[in-house]
Structure formats: C-alpha cells, structure tokens
Design a binder for this molecule. Structure first.
Ligand code: SAM
Length: 263
C-alpha cells in the first residue's frame, strides 16, 4: 500500500517524501547553488539530497539512522561536494562543520518527534546561519507564527520571534509522504535576526517563567520569582493581569530588562 512502509522507523520520525511536486517546491524555496554550504538534517533516503548535491553546493547530510547511512554513502559518496555526517542533530555542534568562512544554510524535513528540540538548538547558532527551510507539523507552525492574543502563542513563539523572521511558505498533505503521517505539514523559511536579545539565557528564563502556567496572569506566574513583579510591570506599561500569550516580543524584551537585575 502506498501509505505504508515496513522499513520506516517511527521512533526516528521517518516519514519519507514521495511526492515529486512537493520535493521540487521545497527545493525551489531553498535554491541551493555552488558556493553555498548546506546542512541537511535527516536526509533519509535522499529525496531532497539528490538535487542539493546536483546544485554544486557543499552538502553536509546529517543522519542518525545507521541503517540509512550506508545507502546514502553509496548513492552520493562519490560526489566531492557531499559529506555524510553520522550523528544526532540534538548533539552536533553546527559550528564544528567546516564552512570556509561562509554561513550555513539549513534544510530539513524534520523528524517530527524532535523538531522543536532541534529548533531550540538553532537559537544559539543564529550567528553562523544564513537561512533555513524547514518542514514541521502544521500545528507546530501555527504555534510558531501565532500573533499576540491568540491561544497558540507560547514560549516557543516568543523565542522564535526573538531569533528569526519566519515565513510560512506552504502546506503539505499527508499523502506526500510514505508512511503517511496523520496530520498536515508546513514548510517555513527562517531568516536569522540580528540579535534582538542581549542575554539569551536570561531571556529564556524569564519568558519561560512568564509562561509557566498559561492560564494564569503574567503577574501570578512571575511573582513566584519576582515578588515586586506587579509594580515593575506597571512601570513599563504592562497590565499585570494580562496573560503571557498577549505580550508582543517588544513587551517581553521590556519585561526581561526590568526583571533582569532581580533574576
Ligand atoms: N529528508 C527525508 C525525506 O524528506 O524524505 C527524510 C525525512 S524524515 C521526516 C526525518 C529524517 O531524520 C529520517 O531520515 C530520520 O532517520 C532522521 N533523524 C531522526 N532523528 C534524527 C536525529 N536526532 N539526528 C539526525 N537525523 C535524525
């Protein structure tokens, strides 16, 4: 049956792209070319890798599945611009890839089970990244792009806004994959921002605390750590009874600034 694949490992989020139109659309959105240094996370059976290698860019293909590695090596290994990296996207230090002074371009149909964990690792690599074209579950993209005041907005939305401009490119139906996932997917482009956030660790800490319990007001979340939070929020014009999901990125930056000396 078209939608099943006895060899795909669910534990590794293996939903392989089989729809040539979708493959072309993703590659057209990315447009790799000679001179680029590209990292593909999870090349799988090479659905995207083939054209990436043909583009003449320097390709690093990072695959965790030891059963797929030899297949990839056999298929692409004789291309000078192809390097297979056998490893874990949750562990690899992106800065360790030899780039000859260039920035890294990232492309991936991400393994869904760890897609947001991989995304969070990118926050500390914005300086070395040029751009990314990534596929997530559509529900994740809805969260990543949620505007202030919408219930999908959360910690990850604010973090992504602080580090990247995000563009929702297009949606992909389950039928484009084998095995077919239960849900739709979406492809996004991320462009790193020039640092909006001064102290990364502190920013994550305060925003994380602000969202600790989404149904509570920002005051009730923050006062556990900052007893004077109510007054401090008022001094920067933020009503303490608002919920965390209503705050814009700029407002979060002000919140972090005012609470920073107390963190
Ligand atoms: N790019 C291929 C495609 O579009 O058909 C495969 C995409 S599949 C959704 C995700 C791929 O990520 C699989 O090849 C899987 O083995 C790989 N993968 C899963 N966990 C990984 C990890 N921690 N690090 C690197 N690759 C991983």
């Amino acid at each position: 049956m078209r939608t099943k694949d006895p060899f795909a490992k669910r534990s590794l989020g293996q939903n392989f792209l089989i729809d040539p139109k979708v493959i072309v659309r993703i590659l057209d959105s990315f447009r790799s070319k000679e001179g680029d240094v590209v990292l593909e996370i999870g090349p799988g059976r090479g659905a995207l890798t083939e054209k990436l290698v043909e583009s003449g860019a320097q390709i690093y293909a990072l695959e965790f599945d030891r059963d797929l590695a030899p297949l990839l090596q056999t298929r692409f290994g004789n291309n000078k611009n192809f390097t297979l990296v056998e490893g874990d996207a949750l562990k690899l230090d992106l800065a360790s890839l030899e780039r000859g002074g260039r920035k890294l371009r990232l492309i991936a149909n991400l393994p869904y089970n760890i897609s947001t964990a991989i995304l969070q690792r990118l926050f500390s690599s914005v300086e070395i990244l040029e751009d990314c074209v990534l596929m997530f579950q559509r529900e994740v993209v809805e969260r990543l792009t949620a505007n202030p005041g919408t219930s999908e907005r959360g910690y990850l939305t604010v973090l992504i806004e602080a580090h990247f401009s995000i563009e929702w490119l297009f949606d992909v139906p389950p039928s484009a994959f084998r095995p077919a996932p239960k849900v739709w997917s979406s492809v996004v482009r991320l462009i790193p921002k020039i640092r909006a956030v001064e102290n990364e660790e502190l920013f994550r800490l305060v925003v994380g605390r602000g969202f600790a319990q989404k149904r509570k007001t920002i005051l009730n979340n923050l006062k556990l750590w900052y007893p004077n939070a109510g007054n401090l929020l008022q001094t920067i014009g933020i009503d303490p009874i608002r919920r965390a999901e209503t705050l814009s990125l700029d407002e979060w930056i002000s919140v972090v600034d005012i609470l920073a000396p107390r963190a």
